[in-house]
Design a protein around this ligand. Sequence first.
Ligand SMILES: [Ca+2]
Ligand SMILES: [Ca+2]
Length: 426
Amino acid sequence: MTDCCVPGDDTTDAPQNTEATPTAETGASATPAKTTKAAAKAGAKSGTSTRTAKAANAASAQAGDAADAPVRASKTTKSRSTKGAGAGVTALPGLEKLGADDALDAIESGDSAALDELAAWPKNPFPPVTFDPKGDPYFVTVPEGVFLMGGADDDANTIDGEGPVRPVFVKAFQLTATHVTNAQFAKFVEATGYVTECEEIGWSYLFAGLLKGDKRKEFMIGHSDDTAWWLAARTVNWRTPQGPGTTWEEFADHPVVHVSLRDAEACAEYYGGRLVTEAEWEKAARGGILHARYPWGNQAIGAEGASDWRANIWQGKFPIKNTEDDGFYATSPVTNYAPNAMGFYDMAGNVWDWTADWYSTRWHLNDNPETRTNPKGPGTGQTKVIRGGSYLCHDSYCNRYRVAARTSTPADSSTGHLGFRIARDA
Ligand SMILES: [Ca+2]
Ligand SMILES: [Ca+2]
């Protein structure tokens, strides 16, 4: 791949403002707000992006509501969390073993030595396994028990509702070790004849650096209003993951992208599963580490140099220059980077994962059995939670590859940096 272009460098109506800005720390910028089907059709017809601000505004309103959300567990919150989680569910198995109280004390104190201890690799990591990411999905079983959900990082996106850190019980479940790959999605489509939402409407969002020159002139029909580097590109879908002219077969072991929530649910059902809840996702992402910034611990990505990248994110100057120090401009093979201690790959970076939960920045602030025991998120909402960050994440722009980070997007969204995993009850 070549360096990222400046969106708008070769078309007159393309976006001009491509600099990452401080406002890019909002949820609406981590992934473009998407259209409804009707808006998408209108956009394709008019040749301009008609992505309404409705969804983005809704998300912003939610985010604004949570500006006063706590980001650290206070002693009061901790005490209530533990008690509340136990109430009505007999007990929280594993809580004593986990040492949640001590962990919360350490997190609250901010003592770096204590935090490093919490972030230590588990003493008994899951044994390594070998599987074919182009074969049937490989499931890892996560045992039941309590984990500490939420983050208290100094640079946490507090408006996203990352905190407080609280004990959450999750019953045993299974989750695919990797993002669902193009090969796996292709098998589902071949067996069922399924047609994805963006195939129906005729376009999807593609990162500007993947649609340049003549191709941009031919295929671009608009761009995101709030994130200029997302171009609405005609004919793009999962079969052409990195733009017109590319094929899924070239990227068979990469995550499938350009899939909406409905598409992800249909594929999960085909493989006998469902979408993951947000709590299940975060428990799997933490991989048995009590509390850490990343799925592998607290150490920043790349701390030991260019060969030390542990996830596929963006290096360089976003969105103009990607130095590809981690080896990839866009998506990467799903087992390219080392897994976490439970055997889950790409819980940071590569592509986002859809989750089943509606997004709220406040729902989990209520301390009760519904939010602390097998939580499934609020009953309704306007956007769905997505987790894990993508190849477009960058320290200076969107540091949401941290394990506690969260954002959301409308259910009918499809983009080139959003995929999914499959969960099922154990
Ligand atoms: Ca990369
Ligand atoms: Ca990911």
